[in-house]
Design a protein around this ligand. Sequence first.
Ligand code: C2E
Ligand code: MG
Ligand code: MG
Length: 594
Amino acid sequence: MPSNVEEKNLKLLLVEDSADDAELLLAELRRGGFAPEARRVETPEDMRSALQDENWDMIVADYSMPRFSATAALRLLRRTGLDLPFIIVSGTIGEATAVAAMKAGAHDYLVKSDLTRLVPAVQRELREAMVRRERNNAEAQIKHMAYHDPLTDLPNRLMLIERLKQAMLEADRYQRLVGTLFLDLDRFKSINDTLGHNIGDELLKCITSRLQECIRAGDTVARLGGDEFAIVLADIGEPDDAARVAGKILESFSQPFQVAGHELYTSVSIGISLYPLHARSFEDLLKHADAAMYRAKEAGSNTYQFFTKEMNNHVAANLELETGLRRALARKEFKLHYQPIIELGSGRIVAVEALVYWYSPDKGLVGPSNFIPLAEETGLIAPIGEWVLREVCEQARIWQRRGIKLKRLSFNISPLQFNSRGFTQRLIKEFEHCGLSPASIGIELTETAIMQQPDTAADMLTQLSSLGFWIAIDDFGTGYSSLSHLKKFPINAVKIDMSFIQNVTTHAGDAAIVKAIIGMAHSLNMQAIAEGVETTEQLAFLCENHCNAVQGFLFNTPLTAETCENVLRNGCRKHLSTLFQTIPVRKKPVIMKR
Ligand code: C2E
Ligand code: MG
Ligand code: MG
């Protein structure tokens, strides 16, 4: 062999009773450019331990030996699950035997007296084994990816379902229970928003390890996406066992997570459903655990809730509501109502706010707070919002034509709608199309809507503001931003959430908050508008504290377009002046002009 050709290593397991025959074979391989490192075995026991002790490239086996045979060796190899090339050599081999050997899984066979085919056969089998290995690795990787979450490497929903099904079968067999826990992190979004996605991702990984510490080996933690996780407790004896695990998880979250130099606290809300007590299908188990999780959130988060039948009714009711809502658009069952907004300095109606109502044939009149949250959740808010936009334009035009004096017509824009692609362009086009001046239009957005992508929101609002649109932050005080956060946005007014107004004359805390909001709004050159004013005492407080405008049942509920038109024609000055007579206005309200 030429010395410049590099010898190829070959780990060869020889199943051969004759040392001489083995040597001949090795010599042939050396001549063919291999540097074989071989071990010779001649019994099943030796072969088994050879396979256990070391990794081999290939097996070459003698066809028949006193205590062993190639076919028995093949069977043994099969049982180990290893995929190794297997070549049979034999002193004499009939065609029938050769065929039988190949059928049993041998890759090739050779006759000892003619080893010329040995080297090419070994070369070919090594190549093919490599191809098989690569293919198997790729398949394993694809399978792993299909069943795991790329960020945390936890099982994903598919794998969770497999494990859940498996656990349900076992539970049937041994009369046990399966617990399904649905977990949703509390306020994870604000961590993501304030510290960035990289920190958010790292936190999710830390959470993964902590969850894994709370469960047993046979249980499964899966990530369902975003900040949602699920756990299958594969084998539990009683409902309390699931509660104990949930309690342990909540407890473990009381310690901070150390992420890139930050000490982060987050909590989690957990919903629990049990097989077979709550449902018999995996779909229902997950759905019920999800519903229970929502209840845990409603109960103030950082807690767990078991599924109950009433929740099921809630889910069913939501489903029915969703179906109804989908039809409502097509059947034109929505109608806008308008609630007047009264300027405190002049006592005049300066604006009306459009609110969408649903005239359901089954349920009667449904107010927006009963369906807007579900519409947001299901994405139905997008088409509903588009309809509201067109309808607002239409009504503004009608009132303009009829000579109704109205400074502004406001409407609500949902976070989903505001953050949808091309929203500002659609809005501007719609108003241009109707020939309406943006100065007569107000848009109401929540803090959540603009804080989702604050930079993009700032650009969008700057554009809208420069065109003349009036912009208000709705439900102010319920979101997470402070007024100073809002400084960079061109905002005309904040609408103080009605939860503060309701207790403004009875709770010192709420009174202080309302005063602070009004003061800060004015210092930032914004107006303050109070929502949900129901009593003259509340009105008095707002007047004293220089709130700019109010809206509430004390004046009007949301009205149909026709009724609102009458109110707008006749004004409500008389009504207001009688109201003002009954309240002790110590200071005349100061109106801030922008
Ligand atoms: P919002 O924009 O804060 O609207 C004010 C809510 O306060 C309205 O509730 C109104 O009926 C209610 N309200 C007004 N005065 C009083 C009062 O004195 N006492 C009480 N208890 N409530 C009062 P509504 O009509 O149920 O609307 C709820 C929410 O639904 C709205 O809150 C708004 O966020 C949303 N919404 C309404 N219409 C639309 C819409 O067209 N698009 C979007 N995206 N959201 C809408
Ligand atoms: Mg509003
Ligand atoms: Mg509001």
